[in-house]
Design a protein. Structure first.
Length: 311
């Protein structure tokens, strides 16, 4: 198509050959082969060069469209390989979407405005499944309750302490920290089905009691509402602390606080844009003292390693 276009533009087999680095005979053979495929002559051979036949004009019009699309494809692929274009599919668990992921995406949009970002929210095990199926380019996951995936790469981001959410005016709300054992008589607002092991159940067992179950509410915003109404207390991941409404106070649980770790998960061959986004997740996570201090890394070259974070 490019050879055909150059012959059409220059009106000469010789000129097209010189421009593209062919011999004049090679150009003649290639054009003759194209004419056989096209079912008839594409050029009129004249004493001083060649010119398009009506069939040649028709094919040239389509050739220009094809060449333009190929140029666009080349530009798009170059942008994807450079991390400045294409699409980035990000998955994250709910509380990571309170502050961590939005803050990183804001920075990412400023640095890579040509990348289209698509966001999916879900539980960590499901996000890992989607990452392994090629449906996500990066996933922010926690190691609770299913642990970490066996394949791909995981980049440590931080440790997420669980705080206790109390209604404003609760007798323990005035304390700087709360001992978990002091909550043995409280009614707990939980999300998990009854009987399923949770960080709360494990931590309370270590404190010497079984938590008294109450209402079961799946969404964090709903749990906050029930706590504010004085219907119970609940555990809140530190990642979600900024989403706590008025009427609810958060208190740390000291050394007995349940914790989980959270990570950025990448496929075996990550996109440059995904690596750049993980760098920004590390930057955002490092701003909070309870999170990991992350060292940012440049996009991984072939055979390299993803960003590394040192806790």
């Amino acid at each position: 198509m490019r050879l055909f276009d150059e012959v059409a533009r220059s009106g000469s087999f010789t000129a097209a050959a010189e421009l593209l680095g062919y011999t004049q005979s090679a150009v003649s053979r290639r054009i003759a082969a194209l004419e056989r495929e096209a079912g008839g002559p594409l050029f009129e051979r004249r004493a001083r060069g060649v010119r398009l036949t009506p069939a040649g004009h028709a094919l040239h019009r389509h050739a220009l469209a094809v060449l333009e699309r190929l140029d666009q494809a080349g530009e798009e692929l170059a942008a994807i390989h450079a991390g400045g274009g294409g699409r980035l599919r990000v998955g994250a668990f709910a509380t990571a979407n309170v502050e961590l992921v939005p803050a990183a995406l804001k920075r990412f949009a400023g640095r890579s405005p040509g990348v289209e970002v698509r966001l999916a929210e879900g539980l960590s095990p499901r996000l890992v499944e989607r990452l392994e199926a090629g449906e996500l380019d990066v996933a922010v996951i926690s190691d609770y309750p299913a642990g970490l995936p066996a394949g791909g790469h995981t980049v440590p981001l931080g440790e997420d302490r669980l705080l206790v959410a109390l209604p404003d005016g609760h007798p323990l709300a005035a304390r700087a920290a709360v001992d978990l054992a002091d909550l043995r008589e409280e009614t707990w607002i939980e999300a998990a089905p009854s009987g399923q092991p949770t960080l709360l159940v494990t931590a309370c067992a270590a404190a010497g009691f079984v938590p008294r179950g109450g209402l079961r509410v799946a969404e964090w915003s709903g749990k906050f509402g029930f706590v504010a109404a004085g219907l119970g207390v609940t555990l809140v991941p530190e990642l979600a602390a900024r989403a706590v409404p008025r009427g609810v106070v958060l208190r740390p649980l000291g050394a007995a606080a349940p914790t989980r770790r959270y990570y950025a998960a990448l496929p075996d061959v990550p996109l440059p844009a995904a690596l750049a986004f993980v760098d920004l997740l590390c930057e955002v996570a490092s701003r909070t003292g309870t999170m990991a201090a992350c060292t940012t890394a440049s996009p991984m070259s072939a055979g390299g390693s993803p960003p590394a974070c040192a806790t």
